[in-house]
Write a protein that binds this ligand. Structure first.
Ligand SMILES: NC(=O)c1ccc[n+]([C@@H]2O[C@H](COP(=O)([O-])OP(=O)(O)OC[C@H]3O[C@@H](n4cnc5c(N)ncnc54)[C@H](OP(=O)(O)O)[C@@H]3O)[C@@H](O)[C@H]2O)c1
Length: 247
């Protein structure tokens, strides 16, 4: 009655999404196929070669409606049973609001919020009891962040959307979790800091920096425990609760 059991990972070509794909491949023996999404074909091919089951490489720009429509078409064609949707595609641009272009900042909203929402919406009909959706938010979503304002706001959106969906989908026993790491050592910072170098943030970064492998592993473990929010270290967990005192 149900199609093949699959996992879908966006942002699989790099960083946290890449490590999450390896971890999902290692841990979820019942999966029949893994669909990996990104724009960098070379990196996706290299990742596919490391996986132990059938892989579908989906080259797509998640901000393009035509690419979202194509993914929806694939789901319609194969009617898979999505056991895991891991949404990691995203970027963050540092800098004061008026020093960045509106175009760059609204692109962040398109990528971090709109694309993630579109993909959740087309995938949920193919998720069943016991399926997981894991969305990459960030500890940057805990409080308003001057000089990282749009990024922080976009991640607050992902955090709140995920928690709300976790309630909405509880009746169908579909679990939704937001991942809120501190700084993670990935190519994310090559882009985010290209035009900006803030001393306070650099100190915060060096104090909290984690590896993508540890963040991905912790997220998959926390999903197995049906947590609604995954934080990567005790310090970031403390930051989450302290931030609730901020008005
Ligand atoms: N690194 C951190 O400190 C940190 C901390 C907290 C949260 N996060 C969040 O974690 C997630 C993953 O970040 P990361 O650190 O792993 O960064 P990363 O190594 O730069 O990976 C970003 C991924 O997003 C994909 N992507 C970007 N734009 C895309 C588009 N338009 N269409 C399709 N795929 C796109 C990239 O794939 P292609 O290049 O192949 O398109 C890449 O696989 C992001 O949502 C980020 O906001 C990161």
């Amino acid at each position: 009655m149900y199609g093949r059991k699959i996992a879908i990972i966006t942002g699989a070509s790099s960083g946290i999404g890449y490590e999450a794909t390896l971890e999902i491949d290692r841990r979820f023996n019942s999966l029949e196929e893994i669909w990996i999404i990104g724009r960098n074909e070379e990196k996706l091919n290299a990742l596919a070669a490391k996986l132990h089951r059938s892989v579908r490489i989906i080259m797509m720009d998640v901000t393009k409606q035509s690419d979202i429509d194509a993914l929806e078409g694939l789901l319609d064609q194969y009617e898979p049973n999505i056991r895991m949707l891991f949404q990691s595609a995203g970027e963050g641009l540092h800098g004061r609001f008026m020093e960045r272009t509106a175009k760059d900042q609204t692109y962040m909203i398109d990528l971090n919020c709109k694309a993630l929402t579109n993909i959740a919406h087309i995938c949920i009909p193919y998720m069943r009891k016991g399926s997981h959706m894991i969305n990459l938010a960030s500890s940057a979503g805990f409080i308003p962040l001057p000089s990282f304002a749009v990024y922080g706001a976009s991640k607050a959106y992902v955090l709140n959307l995920s928690r709300a969906l976790n309630y909405e989908l509880a009746k169908r026993r579909i679990h939704v979790m937001a991942v809120c790491p501190g700084p993670v050592d990935t190519p994310f910072f090559d882009k985010s800091e290209r035009y900006y170098d803030d001393e306070t943030f650099m100190k915060f970064k060096s104090l909290f920096m984690n590896t993508p492998k540890r963040v991905a592993k912790k997220a998959i473990c926390d999903a197995a425990l049906y947590k609604s929010v995954s934080t990567d270290t005790i310090l970031i967990t403390a930051l989450r609760f302290i931030s609730k005192l901020y008005i």
